[in-house]
Design a protein around this ligand. Sequence first.
Ligand code: ADP
Ligand code: TRP
Length: 460
Amino acid sequence: MKRIVSGITPSGDGSVHIGNYLGAVRQFKELSRSHDCFLFVADYHALTTVQDKGQLQKNIETLILHELALLGDLTNITFYRQSDINGLHTELQSILNNVTPLGLLKRAHAYKDKLQKDTAEDDVNVGLFSYPMLMAADILLYKPDLVPVGKDQKQHVEITRDVAGRFNKTYKKNIFNLPEPYIPEEVATILGIDGKRKMSKTLGNIISIFDDEKIIEKQVMGTYTDPTRAHATDPGHVAGNMVFTYLDFFGEKEKVAQLKELYTKGQVSDIEVKKYLYESLMKTFAPARARYADLAAHPEKVKVILDRGRQHALAVASKTMEEVREAIGLRNAYSIGPSTPASPAGGSLGTSISIDDFSRVEMTVGNVVEATNKEGSDKLIRLVVDFAEEKPRIIFTAVRPFGYTPEYFLGKQFFFVTNLAPRKMMDEESRGMIMAVDSDTEKKPLFVSAEGLTVGAKIR
Ligand code: ADP
Ligand code: TRP
């Protein structure tokens, strides 16, 4: 499978509207059927414009929920936050800065456009100036084949290719491949409800996806139709009529064709057509809206997704950074361990971790409600464990070689680590780990009994 990388910036208010959906999210979903996709929230990128702590926090949260709700199934998608990759994005940016000529960045649109908008050079921050370098790092860390972007970002991908080539040439090693920008042809810019300008949050001409139904209804009712039509009985125009433009995407083909015909004959009112658009939007986005409500109510589910994405992305990015550090001469006789730790604690064996690090480990009292030997395995015992959560969890333990049987666990209480990223074992995901103590006398792990403690209680 070819690999793609793309980022989304939590600027504006972080929300996703139908223009973003049609222009970006939908294509990405389509691409994910046949590509290995890395999709990240470009939270460092947002710092060029969002410099209010509360606003940034909110934007990131909103964007994560909206994207996850719209994507739904994450098959082939690694979803993560740029700032969760142990600083590797910014480390590579720093390194790439040194093989990049100043002129290349001076010619970049984001910076040039800002200068043209009568902004003095002193009012442009260096973050905006070096934005294409961060973007190059975002991309090159994952060695993708393609980078799907809007037209406005094409130049940034070209800069990325240029910089990748310069790096390879400088260090005489082909570390980076040169990814192609991928700009889906059929993606036209969606106009806003004013029918004049691109749908955009800053212009306030959007139809939102996750707002209150009343708000969306109001946006639909305010959509530009045909200004030449005064009464429902006047023949109306369909071309340029935004309600029909949107209906072409969201309505049922036959019903839309029928409405168009009635509209041109003056046999259906604007209100009726708008009502149908509203219903169609609600129908199209019902599953996403339900997922949104569920994720918003369960932050732990969102964290599990982000943690899983982070682990995968970090593994790939760490490998690239190892190669980069080696190629440029940062690795030498006095390098200590892997230069890019794979865990936030920095802990390979022997390194001590802080109390804060340790407090991130969540240990919970669980009651084993089912225990069976896992079919097809000679090691695994499959536990179903109640933590007084919505549903019990499946947790595997590989202790049959030590003589343990399911009966040993059934109906008893133990301590479990409950905030591990899920791990697929055979055909099922194990969502946690039972705690055991190594014993030197017994040559087998011993389990710590939590008998008599409250199920679901956390250990501190
Ligand atoms: P906004 O302009 O609303 O702030 P962004 O600039 O954050 O949106 O764009 C996020 C993604 O959505 C980009 O890939 C962009 O190409 C796409 N996009 C934004 N607005 C539209 C639109 N009106 N029509 C099609 N695609 C859009
Ligand atoms: N700059 C992109 C935008 O504004 C977002 C982005 C950041 C990105 N890093 C990226 C896109 C890497 C593709 C690849 O839309």
